[in-house]
Design a binder for this molecule. Sequence first.
Ligand code: SAH
Length: 382
Amino acid sequence: MKIELDLNRRPSAAPRSLAGLSLTALEEEIKALDVPAKLARMRAKQLRRWLHHFGSTEFSDMTDISKDLRALLSQTYHLDRPEISEHKVSVDGTQKWLIRFQPGVEGESVFIPAVSKTGALCVSSQVGCTLNCKFCHTGTQKLVRNLTAQEIVSQVLIARDGLGEWPATVHGRALSNIVFMGMGEPLYNLDNVAEAIDTMSDGEGMSIGRRRITVSTAGVADKIPELGARTGAMLAISLHAVRDDLRNEIVPINKKYDLQNLFEAIRAYPDLSNARRVTFEYVMLKGVNDSAAEARDLVKLLKGVPAKINLIPFNPWPDSPYECSDWDTIEKFAEIVKRAGYPSPIRTPRGRDIFAACGQLRSESIRKSAAERRREALGTAN
Ligand code: SAH
C-alpha cells in the first residue's frame, strides 16, 4: 500500500524535537502526520530505534523509513537535544552539564564514572525544588517547574552524545546506570519520571535495565507504592536523621510523612531482597546526626529492611550552615552499621571542584511571573 503524503504541508507550529519522546508519544506525532493508524505504530518503533538506540541526529540516517516520510518528518520536526549552556569536567573524571531546557529554565546532570568502566548518570527531575532540606544547595532555589519526560530523557541523550556511546548497547559502556539524584523531588513529578523510565529502560531503545535505575526520594511516603508498581526501579531514601525531631528540622517533609509512615512504605516496596536492597543516603553533618548512638538507632530503624547505607560526607556550598563530620567519626559510624550486617560505604565526594557533588547543584533559573514572561516575549524585559 502506498501512503499519500502531502509534502507541501506546512508545519502548524514551530518544529519540535522528537528525540527523547516515548514510544507512545512518537506514535501520536506520526498519527498527526496522517500516517494510517496501522502503520503509525510500526513507524514509531523504527524511529525509536534510530533515536534511542543509535542516537541519530539526522533523518537521513533512517534508511528503513521511506524517503517521502523522512522528508515530511524533517519538515515538521527536528532531532536536536536541548542546548548545553555549560559543560565541565572534574579532575576526577566527573562531568557536569548545565542544560537549557527553554530560556530561563536550566538544570543539571552529572556523570560519575566508577572505577570499573561503568558509571552512573545523575539526572534532574525538576528545576529547583520545593523541599528545603537544610543541607542541600538545590533547596535554596525555588521550584521553577517540573521537567517533562522528554526533557528527563534528553539528559541521557546529551550524556551519551558526550561520551560517544552510541549505539546504546555497545559492550562495556560507561553510562550503565541512572540515578534520579539530581535537582528536584522525583516523586513530585512521578508521571513524567515513570514515562522517562519506560523510555530509558526500553530494550529496543536506550536499554538501561530497570534494576539499573534508582529513584531517590526525600520521603514522599504515599507515592512510594506507586513508584514501585509503575516503574520497577530501585528505591533510595534520603534519610539523614533517625529521630523525628531532628528529621523535621533538616528534612522538613518529615513533618508530613514521619519516620513510621516512611518505613511502612519502604517495607512494602516490591521485590526487596538482599540482591535488591533499598539504598539509604545519610549525609554526615558534624555534631548534628553523626553520633555512635545515632548509628545504633539507625540499625534498629532498619531492622528487617534489606538495606545499603551510603554515608555521604557533607559537601559544602557558599554560606552552608553545616560542616562535614570528622573522618574518624564517619568511620566509627560506618563500623557500627557494618557490624550489624549492612553495607555502609563512605562515598568519596566526586566532582567537588566543579560543584557537581551531591547537594551542590543549583542553577540561576528563577520562576517568572506570567507578566514577566509576557514582557520578555515582547522583548520589553528590563
Ligand atoms: N529529592 C530527592 C533527590 C535528590 S538526591 C532526594 O532527596 O532524595 C540528592 C542527594 O544528595 C540526597 O540524598 C540529598 O540529601 C543529598 N545531599 C543534599 N545536599 C547535600 C550536601 N550538601 N552534601 C551531601 N549530600 C547532600
